[in-house]
Design a protein around this ligand. Structure first.
Ligand SMILES: Cc1ncc(COP(=O)(O)O)c(C=O)c1O
Length: 298
């Protein structure tokens, strides 16, 4: 079976011609480059957000900016731009690319160019590197995702807080590689206690007897889509629990799905070789997808 990723999109030739915003200048894709001395390239020292454009609106922009500025505070990085300036740069890039809907943006801020090739943040003296990279993007995932559990954990906050959307994604990447080698598409990661937590790139939910369960949120990204799904459940009388649960609960679930800005809600068909429910998108996932679509395209 061909491998599928949660961030698979339809081919779009326009993406060869996108212009990318780098520190105030719009560059054609082939010329959009950062220095080999950049803190992000050299050390993964940076933060980012993934945003989506639906019908002329950057969905949940405030929440994304809140999370970005919070991450900057956490890593003691001065973005050097206000929320209004960043928003204007986002709109400028959108206009330059003639985008109205179905676009994805990766907004990245690193500690900038270093004076010498070493770790100390004091060597990053030139100010941050800010990049706004947009693509025309319609998610196209041909079948439910297959997950495999992996030995890589979602760690405690004092090592590298899993809530931080940092450029250093090696833990998640290693998890994804392990899952692929096990014949799955992506990784299902456990927390330090062995409870089911999240996947390497998305938040994770199960449905059992009409109830929606997700992890307590302690060891995973504080996903904006995750929170919106929880809010939608509450607003629509769908029982929802943020709780600890194990693989036993998960293999026996009626449905499982992932959440993330890119794919909204993505069905999971198989975990560790066990088919989940009927292996296809279930009715609760379908309902939540419809409710979410209404929310993002009013
Ligand atoms: C590890 C991880 N989990 C979950 C998510 C989904 O978060 P959101 O719903 O805010 O896109 C992301 C996205 O950045 C992520 O990197």
């Amino acid at each position: 079976m061909d491998n599928v990723t949660t961030h698979q999109a339809e081919e779009d030739a326009r993406n060869e011609r996108v212009r990318i915003w780098i520190n105030g200048t719009l560059k054609p894709r082939a010329e959009a480059m950062v220095s080999v001395f950049d803190s992000g390239f050299m050390l993964g020292d940076g933060i980012w957000e993934g945003l989506r454009l639906y019908e002329g609106r950057w969905t949940f922009l405030d929440e994304h900016l809140d999370r970005l500025f919070e991450a900057a505070l956490a890593i003691d990085l001065d973005i050097g731009m206000s929320r209004a300036e960043l928003t204007e740069a986002l709109f400028e890039t959108q206009r330059a690319n003639g985008m109205h809907t179905d676009a994805h943006c990766r907004l990245m801020v690193t500690r900038g160019v270093k004076s010498r090739p070493f770790q100390h943040p004091a060597l990053s003296r030139q100010g941050p590197t800010v990049v706004i990279l947009m693509e025309h993007s319609r998610p196209s995932i041909p079948r439910p995702i297959r997950l495999a559990t992996v030995p890589h954990q979602r760690g405690l906050p004092m090592t590298q807080d899993p809530k931080l959307n940092s450029h250093s994604k090696l833990n998640c990447i290693l998890a994804c590689i392990a899952a692929e080698k096990a014949g799955a598409d992506e990784a299902l990661m456990l927390d330090v206690h062995g409870f089911v937590n999240t996947t390497n790139a998305c938040n994770f939910f199960i449905v059992r007897k009409g109830e929606v369960w997700t992890s307590t949120g302690d060891y995973c990204m504080n996903g904006i889509t995750r929170q919106k799904v929880i809010d939608l459940c509450r607003a629509n009388d769908i029982p929802v629990h943020e709780r600890n649960y194990s693989l036993v609960d998960t293999y026996g679930a009626d449905e499982a799905f992932l959440t993330g800005t890119f794919g909204a809600q993505t069905p999971v068909g198989e975990i560790d070789g066990r088919v989940i429910g009927g292996g296809e998108m279930g009715p609760v996932t379908k309902r939540l997808r419809a409710l979410y679509k209404e929310l993002v395209t009013p």
